[in-house]
Design a protein around this ligand. Structure first.
Ligand code: PMT
Length: 341
């Protein structure tokens, strides 16, 4: 029998407590907790700001031993690219990302149209080397990657399901409290709005022949009964990270809705910034909505470039995240100054 759905009168705290009580943490939770604590402590001692960048889509499993799941759209480009610009600007980054989605630095060589094997050749001695025309680009990326490794400024935390994501988000936020306003949350992940509570989930693979397997199948149809995921942005802003800067994203497909939905989110959660983007144009334009202000950020001479970047003749590329992240950092500077005064 299923758990009764949350009543519309439930408080945010009750919904949150209910969620974490009924949906257990991921297996690696304790281990990740230690990693996060050590990372935050190190950078706190060094006086470094920390950005928690979330990236990629969360899944909603249909079975406990998961074969099928509902997915959320996101390749992880926004998050992985933004993380690099935070690192370049002196931040340490906790990169909470969908397992196997794009990662900072390796993203340059992991896209299917940018396969790393195409950058290689075998020389006359049989050694694998990087082709001449890619040497400079690869050297630049490698140097930045190695710097992040040497300085231990990048922590990778993977998730798959929405529950794994939320456990990690909450725990990381609590660990980051020690940094006060020196932490920024940059929530680019595409988070599921609906899920199947653990106690209604089928343990094993749903069989097409099973009637009413875990309340999921009716006759020959699979009827999926989803509960709303509590709006965790509220808990984050008010309880888990009350002194940090919070930047959320708003993805829409209808241009007429984007600004009003972004403003509504800002009003509802009272955080610092909503970055609005449309599915089809997200690689070259976004709108930054903060209290009393909206600012469009666009790549110059943009076009529907399938790689999502604006290529210069020199071969270098301008990415919209290189324009977004410095603006977020400027707002973060202001917020920190205001907090200190
Ligand atoms: O990875 P790419 O392919 O580059 O794509 C990037 C992106 C389009 C996914 C990214 O730029 C983006 O817009 N991410 C947010 C998409 C999204 O989940 O929007 P939303 O309207 O569902 O959620 C808005 C905000 O509410 C999010 O910041 C989310 O963290 C938060 N949320 C969502 C669900 C939930 N239950 N609780 C929440 O707090």
């Amino acid at each position: 029998m299923g758990r009764p759905a949350l009543s519309s009168g439930s408080t945010v705290e009750t919904a949150e407590a209910d969620y974490f009580q009924n949906n257990p943490p991921p297996k690696e939770f304790s281990q990740n907790k230690q990693l996060v604590r050590a990372f935050v402590q190190r950078h706190s001692e060094q006086g470094r700001r920390v950005a928690l960048v979330t990236s990629g889509g969360t899944t909603v499993p249909l079975e406990n031993q998961t074969v099928r799941f509902i997915d959320n759209f996101s390749a992880g480009t926004r998050g992985a690219t933004s993380a690099e610009y935070f690192l370049e600007n002196g931040y340490a980054v906790i990169f909470l990302h969908r397992r196997f989605s794009l990662l900072p630095y390796s993203r340059h060589y992991s896209h299917t149209t940018n396969c790393f094997l195409d950058f290689m050749e075998i020389d006359q001695q049989g050694k694998v080397t990087v082709k001449n025309n890619y040497q400079i680009g690869m050297q630049t990326v490698l140097q930045k990657y190695q710097r992040a490794q040497t300085e231990q400024t990048l922590l990778l935390l993977p998730f798959t399901s929405v529950t794994e994501y939320l456990w990690s988000l909450r725990d990381t936020a609590l660990s980051l409290q020690v940094l006060g306003p020196n932490a920024v949350f940059y929530l680019a992940a595409a988070v599921s709005d609906f899920f199947i509570p653990r106690d209604r989930m089928s343990e094993h693979k749903i069989q097409s022949g099973d009637l009413n397997a875990a309340g999921l199948s009716q006759g020959t149809k699979l009827v999926v009964d989803l509960d709303p995921v509590p709006k965790f942005l509220k808990s984050l802003v008010d309880g888990w990270a009350p002194n940090a800067m919070i930047v959320s994203f708003k993805l829409e497909t209808d241009p007429l809705l984007l600004i009003s939905k972004a403003k509504k989110a800002l009003e509802r959660y009272s955080h610092h910034l909503v970055i609005g983007n449309l599915l089809l144009t997200r690689a070259w334009e976004v709108v930054l909505v903060s209290p009393g202000r909206e600012e469009w950020v666009r790549l110059p001479n943009h076009g529907p470039d399938p790689t999502g970047t604006f290529a210069f003749e020199s071969g270098s590329v301008l990415e919209i995240e290189s324009l977004i992240v410095p603006k977020v950092i400027r707002l973060h500077d202001v917020m920190i100054q205001q907090t200190c005064n």
